[in-house]
Design a protein around this ligand. Structure first.
Ligand SMILES: Cc1ncc(COP(=O)(O)O)c(C=O)c1O
Length: 479
């Protein structure tokens, strides 16, 4: 369908947008991408005002919110800026002309992005990537390349750049109340690498590892390379049941997600956190605390970390995959001082160190307050998206019980009487919707067959509704 926008009031003379209703990409993304291409091709010039959102929405036949979302993406990417009461203007300056220069070859080079973009994916941990301030990141990255000491181009410190570790130590104190020395921090290439290092340093064959009975299956798989003694511990709505910790076991490690249990969403009370730490003290073992998404806590402040209760015994694991973007591959461990040297050596043997330029750019991104601002904006957006998903679930699946909505980027919804076995999931996938059942992340099979993990942070209302409608149709067919 072709829409022709022509209005002499606006400086953009002609804006022809093509909305493809069969395209799985949301309307907002379709509009954003087309306007972006026009800017890059020079069809819309710097300084020109884009049509008012309401007007464009009418012309194109979408909701005003959709156009507002598309404009916000353009603004977040540095293609446009907004003047209150006046409108949205195409940005003038270096960013635009540099983007234009690279546009010709980037389009094809990154065509692979489109393969996945056609499906509606309720993935649990994908941020709203279109709102990541790429222009700012580019600025910090080029500053890092131009200004970093020569040493930063050579083999660098396994534990990570000292500048980043000091800024991160301050950031953790401010945002999570975590007191640590920058020497305790080891910069990793994300949580998965952190867990691999942890397993290599702390787990020998035959050692026992306690993990929550439902947990990210990658975690189980990583530990399973090192030992065949992985013991699940029962969960309830709060998280790990400390009264079910095996009294006679002698574990080397306990892995937990106490802030926001993955994927079930519980938060461990202070009583249980204390019981867990006491248990580890009694057994002489370590606790790995995976704090993967507590930056997005929608009810006041996130609870204090386990790390604070025993800094000698708890390894705190953080990631920038959710607050920045997953392909950055940067995360960190806060280590008990006694372990720091062994972890550095293991990191050195693995990949020597994580990318120094990315580390330096990240340091500036944190120091400038841009990270905090980005998190603040995303928190608001994710909360709105969570509310939208909850109300759509009530509309299409009123019988469902949904949990885990107080924080993070996903919820778990139980569909009474449904068994999300492979055949049914294949049918849903064939219709263009990707969902992961909780059952895929269980150690004890059979108790979570009717539950789906529904990530919402990266999906707008149209995509969520379309996705849920498709699931609804297939479930109705299946009855
Ligand atoms: C429980 C949990 N921890 C951590 C992560 C982040 O992993 P990484 O830092 O390797 O991207 C995820 C990703 O979805 C997760 O589900």
């Amino acid at each position: 369908m072709l829409y022709n926008f022509k209005d002499p009031i606006y400086e953009v003379e002609e804006l022809i947008l093509e909305i493809d209703k069969r395209n799985k990409r949301t309307y907002a993304v379709q509009i954003y991408r087309q306007i972006r291409t026009k800017i890059l091709n020079g069809e819309i010039a710097a300084g020109e005002r884009l049509p008012a959102s309401r007007v464009l929405a009418d012309e194109v036949g979408v909701s005003r919110n959709t156009v507002v979302n598309a404009y916000e993406m353009l603004i977040a990417e540095g293609f446009a800026y907004s003047i209150t009461g006046s409108g949205v203007y195409v940005l003038q300056g270096a960013i635009l002309s540099e983007e234009r220069k690279i546009a010709n070859y980037t389009v094809d080079a990154f065509a692979v992005e489109d393969v996945d973009a056609t499906a509606i994916r309720f993935d649990s941990g994908t941020p709203a990537l279109e709102f990541f301030p790429r222009a700012k990141w580019k600025k910090y990255l080029s500053q890092a390349y131009l200004q970093a000491p020569i040493s930063a181009l050579g083999y660098d410190l396994p534990q990570g750049r000292p500048e980043l570790r000091s800024v991160l130590a301050r950031h953790l104190k401010k945002t999570r109340g975590i007191s640590c020395d920058s020497e305790q921090i080891l910069i990793t290439s994300g949580t998965k690498q952190g867990l691999n290092l942890l397993a290599k340093v702390l787990i020998g064959q035959g050692d026992e590892v306690l993990i929550e009975e439902v947990t990210n299956d990658n975690v189980r798989r990583i530990f399973a390379y090192h030992t065949d003694r992985i013991t699940p511990v029962e969960l309830d709505a709060e998280g790990i049941r400390t009264d079910k910790l095996p009294p006679d076991a002698l574990p080397s490690l306990i892995f937990v997600t106490p802030m926001h249990q993955f994927p079930m969403g519980g938060t461990l009370s202070i009583q249980r956190r204390l019981e867990l730490v006491r248990y580890a003290q009694e057994k002489g073992c370590y606790i790995a605390e995976d704090d993967y998404d507590s930056e997005f806590c929608y009810t006041g402040f996130p609870p204090r970390s386990l790390y604070e209760l025993d800094a000698e015994r708890v390894i705190y694991i953080g990631t920038f995959s959710k607050t920045m973007f997953p392909s950055l591959r940067l995360g960190y461990l806060v280590l008990p001082p006694a372990l720091a040297e062994r972890f550095r050596e293991m990191k050195r043997l693995n990949d020597h160190h994580s990318n120094s330029m990315n580390q330096l750019a990240l340091m500036r991104f944190i120091e400038s307050g841009d990270l905090a601002r980005h998190i603040g904006r995303m928190k608001k957006r994710y909360k709105d998206r969570r509310d939208t998903l909850l109300s759509l679930l009530t509309k299409y699946f009123p019988q469902n019980k949904t949990v885990g909505e107080k924080a993070g980027m996903h919820v778990v919804s139980a569909f009474p009487g449904v068994n999300f076995e492979e055949k049914l999931l294949d049918k849903i996938r064939a219709a263009g919707v990707y969902v992961i059942p909780v059952e895929a992340h269980t150690l004890v099979k059979g108790n979570h067959r009717d539950e789906l993990i529904l990530g919402y942070a990266h999906l707008d209302e149209e995509a969520m509704e379309q996705g849920l409608k498709i699931i609804k149709d297939i479930l109705t067919e299946n009855e």
